[in-house]
Design a protein around this ligand. Structure first.
Ligand code: SF4
Ligand code: ZN
Length: 418
């Protein structure tokens, strides 16, 4: 056993005990992301001579440069180098940012990729916590937990709008390339899925099981990432899950998965379906990029992404929806999923897939348009995206139904949803 003792060089208490802690209202000194400003996190590999181990740089205003109650854009760029380092490992290191920052007392972190959200409390700032400490703690902890796969790590923290936009643009290209690595794989021809238990500290009964055609609901982990994570850490949070006997191919339920979920949820959940929103859909923690909900009057479903703060036709905003379905329980009629999953062929396949989709925010439509249109072409409805309502059409079922009828939306002629 390799024993590594690392001091985490931060002026606040640090450890898993602080992971679930919230920073709210008057207590907030600095807020980044969460729909208020842009925030992005990105791990990238570099040639060894371009990385100075432990180097941390804050480019733009530090906490001490802004008054309490401020908001700043934020990009956290982690550059790693080493002989064992592979591009495949980047998403795994990147997903650690969430809990590693949360371990600091008085610092709250939610989300991932370009939808992250950070709050630093006044109490933490009083104790001397600065943005630079984010870099220092990431350096220390990543070495401690993943030092086997890289030699050097440096962290750049940007807080100027233009820098953050530039990092986000670059990172989004990489996110898309990572997502695309599982293109062409199918659940039918894959015998082993992978679990993800990273979120059990927040939602103890929640177990993500990730198949090629259903990426993790946070959007950070796909099947390939889980496989790489298992290679790095064979006893870690991503374990192979043999699919076993198929219980229901249409709903996406397998004996091996059920058995794993039952064990990993400590007996709380004994089964769930990968492809359905109606029949025992997959459980959710709090990290989902999107939430789908049924719209009974429209015989369809809607989906909303985390960045969309306004009302939706199901009568709830994203935050309310997240509060309703998060916490590791199955909630028929609602399901959490990644943005990418909307364009995967098994998305709500049991209910008709994207043919059921009658509403989503305009910005989400734009973001996924390219891949969505490919799928729409495949199912013979190339203009499907234009037939889907968004907030400019309406934000209630009553408002969007006439639009769907006028557009002859395919959901209206599918079998009744409920
Ligand atoms: Fe893993 Fe699921 Fe949490 Fe993403 S949401 S980190 S896939 S457990
Ligand atoms: Zn989660």
């Amino acid at each position: 056993v390799k024993v590594v003792v690392t001091q985490v060089p931060v002026p606040v208490a640090y450890g898993p005990a602080f992971e679930g802690e919230r920073v709210r209202g008057e207590g907030v000194y600095l807020e980044c992301g969460g729909g208020r400003t842009s925030m992005v996190e990105w791990v990238t590999s570099k040639p060894i001579d371009e990385v100075i181990d432990g180097f941390v740089e804050v480019i733009g205003p530090e906490i001490t440069d802004v008054p309490a109650g401020s908001r700043l854009p934020l990009a956290i760029v982690i550059e790693v180098a080493g002989r064992q380092m592979q591009e495949d490992y980047e998403p795994i290191l990147e997903r650690q940012i969430h809990h590693l920052i949360n371990y600091a007392q008085g610092v709250m972190h939610l989300g991932q990729r370009d939808i992250a959200w950070l709050r630093v409390s006044k109490a933490a700032v009083e104790k001397g916590f600065r943005l630079a400490h984010i870099g220092k703690l990431l350096h220390a902890k990543l070495h401690q937990d993943f030092g086997r796969i890289f030699d050097k790590v440096q962290v750049k923290i940007y807080t100027n709008k233009d820098d953050v936009s530039a990092v986000a643009a670059k990172a989004r290209e990489i996110y898309a390339a990572r997502d695309a690595r599982i293109e062409g794989m199918t659940d039918e021809t894959t015998d082993t899925f992978y679990s993800c238990l990273l979120c059990q500290s927040f939602a103890p009964s929640h177990v993500c099981v990730i198949s090629p055609e259903r990426t993790g609901l946070c959007g950070s982990y796909n099947w390939m990432d889980c496989k790489a994570s298992f290679d790095i850490a064979p006893t870690g949070p991503n374990q192979p899950v043999p699919k076993g006997q198929t219980i229901d191919a249409r709903l996406g339920q397998w004996k091996g998965v059920n058995e794993y979920v039952f064990k990993a949820s400590r007996g709380k959940i004994d089964h769930y379906n990968f492809y359905s929103i109606i029949s025992d859909p997959m459980t959710a923690c709090g990290c989902m990029e999107c939430i789908s909900s049924i719209l009974p009057m429209c015989n369809g479903v809607m989906t909303v992404n985390r960045e969309f703060n306004d009302m939706t036709p199901c009568g709830m905003k994203f935050t309310t929806l997240a509060g309703t379905i998060g916490g590791g329980v199955t909630t028929p009629g609602f399901v959490g999923h990644s943005k990418y999953n909307i364009t995967q062929r098994k998305y709500l396949a049991a209910e008709g897939g994207i043919k059921r989709l009658v509403w989503m925010p305009r910005s989400l439509k734009e973001e996924i348009a390219e891949l969505f249109n490919e799928r729409a072409e495949e199912i013979g409805i190339p203009d499907l995206l234009d037939r889907i309502a968004d907030e400019t059409v309406g934000t209630t079922e009553e408002e969007i139904l006439p639009f769907l009828t006028a557009k002859n939306h395919p959901a209206l002629s599918l079998e009744p949803l409920i």
